[in-house]
Design a protein around this ligand. Structure first.
Ligand code: EPZ
Length: 430
């Protein structure tokens, strides 16, 4: 009898390529908005209801982490849950969860702010980079927290509460901005965050915190100003659509004759990405208030892409666009500026017949006519999405190993793809 973990590690996704795909793909709630909004429920003893929560492995892990701390969670279905942390039963985010999901670091700010103490396992590196959290810790120290690293855990003390501070992030950090925003809403006095992240998920978090009674200005700009308040209320909040899932579906649609309609495609969060699509010869066309279709030119044009912070090209769509540019008529380049090790899908795509070379932080992609099915490995969440797209358009059968990465960030993806005619199934690889 194999354990749940062994099953997860041995599971492969088998895809028969070149099937005609048509129908509606619905974009779910955003993982990278759901996780910080769930962490923010720590900041009040009142009930917070979150709607449009995506049913993902990472969301399950965050629920487990919050329940370990003492939160009472009630879900009327997989996408609507109420959270209430009347009083804590633990101040620890343990290694077992943090090692599976780095975003667990998001409970640090809210716990120190509300309880004056938190113990969070230090997130190690992951397959895409070292990913330190030094900027989070430095900012909390500027707000008066005493930070110690002991036995692999961050211990943060602020028994008298946090104090407002003027913080300059040397580097733009998404979860760093979110963590400090959550720490500052209950701090004494004013906090200013300079060089803040502009991502829509940061703005969505600020929106919910303001509904809870927080005093925040400037979210969505590089300078966020927060005046601390004594306590926060409960609220109800709907998670924004997942722009990365939407971009992933648009790439698939462009490579499969565009008979796929995408529902909840957040045009407003993908303006720059839509421009890049246009440069390649792909057009995102609204068909009604919440649906788009994808039209493309016969010949896809090669382009050069630089991954950057929002609103420029997201690193979380880099791998999917690499699969797309395998079919461009010419040579494209993608430079990865955010994470130092986010090209592990290159060797897997080359196993399927792609022609990609890496020079420093740039991948040089020579257009080819066809990919062929093969055994490949998913190396991280977004790389797994790139392999699924490749498998769906390749000639023959593709087997994707370590597919558990996919379930961390794509809700019910097998069902969604089968509903538009894909032939795919999961097997346990003995
Ligand atoms: C968020 O990660 C996202 N995760 C990532 O999505 C996304 O790739 C990333 O932002 C960039 O857009 C969530 O929102 C849960 P960063 P985060 O801090 O916040 C360096 C996905 O696929 N840095 O903005 O961890 C860091 O190493 C995931 O859904 C420091 O040096 O990323 C990186 O090079 C993957 N010190 C850069 O800054 C710090 O203290 C940006 O990282 C913090 C970050």
């Amino acid at each position: 009898m194999i354990t749940q973990v062994e099953k997860m590690q041995k599971e492969v996704l088998v895809i028969e390529g070149k099937r005609k795909l048509q129908g509606i793909l619905r974009v779910s709630g955003a993982k990278n908005s759901a996780l910080p909004n769930m962490a923010a429920t720590i900041l009040t003893d009142k009930e917070v209801i979150l709607e449009n929560l995506p049913d993902l492995l990472d969301v399950k892990l965050m629920k487990q982490l919050l329940e370990d701390i003492g939160s009472h969670i009630d879900c009327i279905d997989n996408n609507v849950c109420s959270f209430r942390l009347s009083s804590p039963k633990s101040f620890v985010a343990n290694y077992d969860i943090v090692s599976k999901m780095r975003a667990s670091i998001l409970v640090l700010g809210p716990m120190v702010a509300r309880f004056g103490y938190a113990e969070v396992a230090l997130p190690g590196g992951c397959s895409i980079g070292a990913r330190p959290v030094d900027l989070h810790l430095k900012a909390l120290e500027m707000m008066g927290a005493k930070i110690e690293l002991q036995h692999g855990y961050i211990k943060a003390y602020a028994p008298k509460g946090l104090k407002g501070a003027h913080i300059f992030f040397e580097k733009i950090t998404v979860t760093g901005t979110e963590n400090i925003m959550m720490a500052a809403v209950l701090a004494e006095g004013q906090t200013i965050i300079e060089n803040a992240a502009l991502e829509p998920e940061v703005v969505d978090l600020a929106k919910m915190l303001k509904k809870m009674g927080a005093d925040i200005q400037g979210e969505g700009t590089p300078r966020i100003v927060i005046n601390g308040v004594k306590e926060l209320n409960g609220t109800k909040h709907t998670i924004i659509p997942d722009r990365i899932e939407a971009g992933t579906f648009a790439v698939l649609s462009a490579l499969s004759d565009g008979k796929i309609i995408i529902q909840n495609y957040p045009m407003e969060y993908l303006e720059y990405v839509n421009e890049v699509f246009k440069d390649i010869g792909i057009y995102i066309l609204p068909v009604d208030k919440d649906k788009v279709i994808i039209k493309r030119e016969e010949r896809l044009k090669p382009v050069d892409i630089q991954t950057k912070e929002y609103p420029l090209f997201p690193t979380d769509l880099q791998a999917q666009f690499m699969t797309l540019l395998c079919f461009a008529d010419g040579v494209s380049q993608i430079t990865e500026n955010i994470f130092e090790n986010r090209f592990m899908h290159v060797s897997e795509l080359n196993r399927m017949g792609a022609d990609i070379k890496i020079v420093d932080r740039t991948a040089i992609i020579k257009g080819i006519k066809e990919l062929t099915g093969a055994d490949v490995k998913a190396t991280d969440l977004r790389a797994s999405a790139a392999m699924v797209i490749a498998g769906l358009v390749a000639d023959g059968i593709t087997k994707i190993h370590n597919i558990y990465h996919l379930d961390r960030g794509y809700e019910h993806i097998d069902t969604k793809l089968k509903n538009i005619g894909a032939n795919l199934w999961r097997e346990i690889n003995e």
